[in-house]
Design a protein around this ligand. Structure first.
Ligand SMILES: [Zn+2]
Length: 263
């Protein structure tokens, strides 16, 4: 059996192996997925910082701590795989051949693995930037309605391209293993509210990239401003606490998020 460092570390940390699933990969290789029981560290209380996470189009993730993860070629590759699959699908409608069906299967697997790998990597990078005892605030985008309230086209795009519920559960368990708590807050108007004075106005959003407050003149990268609002809604004590809002969900391994609708 071939084991990577990550898998080795996880196995060493595991209290027990709960079970496993054996699957055959695309090139005839066999894979085993093990289900492990792990001890979750108790986060140290007090002193941790609250970091807001904004997910958008230009940057896959923007943290209020200043870290931005760009999608790089990820978005175009995803769209490419999608289009290719759509092409094969339309051919399958007119005439089904063995080769075509196999191609369809292969593309589906390819896309699924690509999405999964991307989301894993993104969640890991976010959690790596946090310390035990920190709180990560994310937008509650499980309901379609709150999504459409968010940024219209941008939110729908995100919805179509990346399975949000899957990302949230990955983020939840990776964070829990590090002693980081994830909380979900109301996503409404996070992109058009000023994180300095709290003024909410569609005109604040000068462009996709730039936020400029019509009242106090505060100017900031639009994604960073949004992530600061998200952090504040989770009780961040950073500049201004005007926008605190009820926390909609708390994720730990003991208290999982309410089940999100299938994407
Ligand atoms: Zn302002």
């Amino acid at each position: 059996m071939k084991l990577g460092n990550y898998q080795r570390g996880m196995l060493a940390r595991a209290k027990s192996v709960q079970g496993g699933v054996l699957t055959k990969g695309p090139k005839g290789k066999w894979y085993i997925n093990l289900i492990l029981r792990l001890e979750v560290p108790t986060p140290p209380t007090g002193g941790g910082k609250v970091v807001g996470l904004d997910m958008g189009q230009r940057y896959m993730a923007t943290l209020s701590s200043g870290i931005q993860v760009s999608g790089g070629g990820v978005k175009s590759r995803r769209i490419h795989l999608r289009n290719k699959r759509a092409e094969v699908r339309s051919k399958l409608d007119t005439g089904r051949t063995k080769g075509l069906s196999a191609l369809w299967e292969r593309l589906s697997g390819k896309e699924r693995r690509f999405v999964d790998h991307t989301l894993h990597t993104l969640a890991k990078r976010i959690v790596d930037s946090l310390e035990p005892g920190d709180t990560l605030a994310i937008e509650d985008l499980t309901g379609l309605r709150s999504r459409t309230v968010k940024r219209g086209k941008e939110a729908r795009h995100l919805h179509n391209l990346w399975p949000y519920a899957r990302f949230r559960s990955l983020l939840g368990y990776k964070a829990a293993l590090k002693g980081v708590q994830v909380v979900a807050v109301d996503p409404r108007d996070t992109s058009k509210t000023c994180s300095r004075c709290g003024h909410c106005d569609g005109a604040n959003r000068k462009s996709q990239a730039l936020f400029r407050c019509q009242r106090c003149g505060y100017q900031q990268n639009a994604d960073l401003n949004a992530s600061a609002n998200i952090a504040q809604r989770a009780g961040s004590t950073g500049a201004g606490r005007r926008n605190t809002a009820p926390i909609l969900g708390i994720s730990t391994l003991h208290r999982p998020f309410p089940k999100a609708h299938a994407l």
